[in-house]
Design a protein around this ligand. Structure first.
Ligand SMILES: [Zn+2]
Length: 346
């Protein structure tokens, strides 16, 4: 099986030679950028550079996909009016100014065609480049932030959460606008022949009640998911929250879920999803993968296999984007620990 066949077998919950491993965003960026001889800053401005960096991430890790989106989580919010600034060192931009929630400002926020936005168009065009160059062998993933996350980065998360209580109409309006932009994103992705989109969702129980998460976050995401499904695009929902709300993902039609295995009761969580959606077990990337030994990584992978059992539909990933300086030998140890449970050693 090649990388793409393995990844798609996992998503379809069919048998594979070994579970696929998903690479997220620009994990272990230090090694990837050094190997590519390029900077993140250049990648934000130029699709060709973005694609070369993203493909290098796959080549040096040996994981099974490339992802057309990095972990800055701001590119969609910026396209809807928020302002960002690049830091001095070569790293992700950060928020400089949120959109103030005054009626005249809010009226100016309208759906965006990602292809026409200065920055959002870059990973999107890179997605097409990657699809054309490696898409037959490697899974190419579209990437987006959940509508509630985009609006949170547009107006500030605290302001947004207050508005859910004081002015639900405005919240619904903003979410609706963003969902329209995401539908257009999905249309472009579909035209490129890409069949999977990764969604950074991060529904967090310490910020909201399950009722509010269902009402705003998941209801708006469901609209985007339904639109993607109408183009035969599968959806991976990613939740790396410390106290994640995962119960709603089957209901919104997610095809796969990823979460941090140490943030959940693993047996219960796997039992909830097994047979319904593919599960991408996210091993701890902050302590285990960053500081752990090869033996510890192997033990954790073995534990996850034991809890899951024999059913198809198990995939692996890291809890979230791997840290900038994650040791290369630990990334290799992770990949080999997963391969030991399969029939393929690549
Ligand atoms: Zn994450």
């Amino acid at each position: 099986m090649n990388h793409r066949e393995r990844f798609e077998a996992g998503l379809a919950r069919e048998p594979a030679d070994r579970p696929a491993i998903m690479y997220q965003h620009l994990g272990a960026a230090k090694h990837v950028l050094a190997a590519a001889g390029l900077t993140m800053r250049e990648g934000f401005h130029d699709p060709e550079t973005f694609a070369r960096i993203a493909m290098m991430g796959q080549r040096i890790t040996g994981f099974d996909n490339v992802m057309a989106g990095w972990g800055d989580v701001l590119v969609e919010a910026r396209a809807h009016g928020m302002q960002w600034v690049f830091p001095e060192r070569d790293f992700y931009p950060r928020a400089k100014k949120y959109v103030e929630m005054t009626p005249s400002n809010l009226d100016k926020i309208v759906p965006v065609d990602p292809m026409k936005d200065e920055y959002w168009s870059v990973p999107l065009k890179a997605a097409k480049l990657m699809m054309d160059r490696v898409g037959r062998e490697v899974e190419v993933l579209g990437s987006m932030v959940t509508p509630m996350g985009i609006v949170g980065e547009m107006v500030g998360m605290e302001n947004l959460l207050m508005a859910t209580m004081s002015d639900p109409g405005i919240v619904e309006q903003l979410l609706g606008t963003v969902v329209e932009s995401l539908k257009t994103y999905g249309e472009h992705i579909s035209r490129f022949g890409i069949s999977t989109i990764y969604v950074e969702d991060a529904a967090e129980l310490s910020l909201s009640s399950p009722e509010n998460i269902e009402r705003y976050q998941l209801a708006s995401l469901k609209k985007a998911v339904s639109s993607f499904h109408s183009h035969d695009i599968k959806v991976i929902t990613h939740n790396c929250a410390a106290n994640p709300y995962l119960d709603g993902y089957i209901g919104i039609g997610a095809d796969a879920v990823t979460f941090h295995v140490t943030a959940v009761d693993l047996e219960k969580t796997m039992a909830m999803f097994r047979g319904h959606v593919a599960v991408m077990a996210g091993i701890d990337q902050t302590v285990l993968l960053f500081n752990g030994t090869e033996k510890e990584i192997q033990t954790e992978v073995d534990r996850i296999f034991n809890v899951w059992g024999d059913s198809p539909g198990l995939m692996f990933t890291t809890g979230c984007e791997m840290a900038f300086k994650t040791p290369m030998e630990n990334i290799i140890a992770f990949r080999e620990a997963v391969a030991r449970h399969g029939t393929s050693l690549d």
